[in-house]
Ligand binder design. Structure first.
Ligand code: H2U
Ligand code: ZN
Length: 361
């Protein structure tokens, strides 16, 4: 092989994140280095369907004297330890060029995905995931309608390794006056692309991913999941609607059902990869809720899972990543191929002994 002819699975290279303008260093040749760390499986945790000490379970007490209703589907409440407060000053509060600061207002909510303490998105029924999708859309609609809320960030931290404080299936919403950093970068890049091409960046991107095929993970009639070309985390994916959609509330009924279905399939594949409840941070990016229409936007979800090699070996974003730039070893193409090989039957169900046959009357 000619060492000077570029081979994407051999040669270190940088890839540009078209959505944010950031870059990632890819070092595919390193996947051949010997691995002497642990690869053991984690002990299976088993949780009760209801935990009397859980602050998210139905009927239980939360901080500050609040009590959850005995909810039977999803349940949304204002975070008792909110990072943003709805009432406060506005505008510049720093002093001078080197000490800039702006007052920020907003609010934080917690969404319980299910009354069942022992489930995860991967283990919930598609029918119940439809309700999660409905609540996400409802919250973006309701909060986005407020003049003091210009961005609604819906997200989920899954697993203790991602800082989730409680295994009860739940997500969060932080909504505030200023568009946060990541969607602001995406807004800028999508706007630039739209000015040059007259088409949304992610609509063109998906078209090319569908043609190239090598980074596709799963798809259905309305959604496609890809390992993005510029992925940073080992098994990072992007969830994209096939149609051009600005924000979650714009999703049609059939797209919501198909989203529930694809989320179940994706998270099941994730869990099967290392036979563990796969940790991640995920979240939705849609157009800002400043009352304007942003035709350059395309709705999408990011999944950022930290695991690299097993249920216990994670990718660290340290040294060079902190001081230089993000880096990965396995390529997005290799990660997509791994995820494509996974079964869509959850390993916990697959390993369960078959139900004894009914002996008959
Ligand atoms: P995480 O598990 O992703 O940290 O989310 C749980 C949130 O629940 C967390 O933000 C809130 C925490 O502030 N919380 C309450 O609002 N009330 C409680 O009684 C405990 C935790
Ligand atoms: Zn619980």
């Amino acid at each position: 092989m000619d060492p000077l002819v570029f081979e994407p699975t051999e040669h270190p290279h940088r890839r540009r994140n078209a959505l944010t303008g950031d870059w990632v260093l890819v070092s595919p040749h390193r996947t051949r280095r010997p691995w002497q760390g642990q690869v053991e499986k984690q002990p299976q945790e088993s949780r009760p369907a209801y935990d009397p000490t859980c602050y998210l379970c139905p009927g239980n007490a939360r901080a500050g004297g609040h009590q959850n209703p005995s909810y039977s589907s999803t349940f949304v409440f204002d975070n008792d330890f909110a990072a943003l407060l709805p009432v406060g000053p506005h505008g510049e509060v720093g002093s001078g060029e080197l000490f800039q600061a702006q007052a920020e207002t907003g609010l934080c909510r917690v969404i319980c995905f299910s009354p069942r303490h022992d489930l995860t998105l991967a283990e919930m029924a598609v029918h119940d995931l439809c309700q999660v999708v409905a609540v996400w859309a409802e919250q973006v609609e309701e909060l986005g309608a407020r003049p003091d809320i210009r961005y609604v960030q819906v997200f989920e931290n899954r697993g203790a390794i991602m800082g989730s404080s409680n295994p009860h299936p739940h997500g969060q919403i932080w909504a505030n006056y200023t568009v946060p950093l990541e969607p602001a970068k995406e807004d800028r890049e999508q706007q630039r692309y739209f000015e040059r091409h007259g088409r949304p960046l992610l609509v063109d991107y998906l078209e090319q991913e569908l043609a190239q095929e090598e980074r596709l993970v799963v798809q259905n009639e309305h959604w496609v999941v890809v390992a993005p070309y510029w992925a940073v985390w080992p098994f990072e994916v992007l969830v994209l609607p096939r149609r051009s959609v600005l924000a979650l509330p714009d999703l049609r009924e059939e797209e919501r059902g198909a989203l529930a279905e694809i989320l179940k399939r994706l998270t099941t594949r994730y869990d099967n990869l290392f036979e563990c409840s796969f940790p991640y941070s995920m979240g939705w990016h849609g157009q800002p809720t400043d009352g304007e229409r942003h035709p350059h936007w395309q709705l999408h979800a990011h999944f950022y899972p930290p695991l690299l090699r097993s249920a216990t070996v994670k990718k660290f974003m340290v040294g060079y990543e902190m001081l230089g730039m993000p880096q990965r070893d396995i390529t997005a193409e290799q990660a997509a191929a791994r995820l494509r090989q996974m079964s869509e039957l959850h390993y916990r169900l697959a390993s369960r002994p078959p139900e004894p046959e009914w002996p008959g009357p």
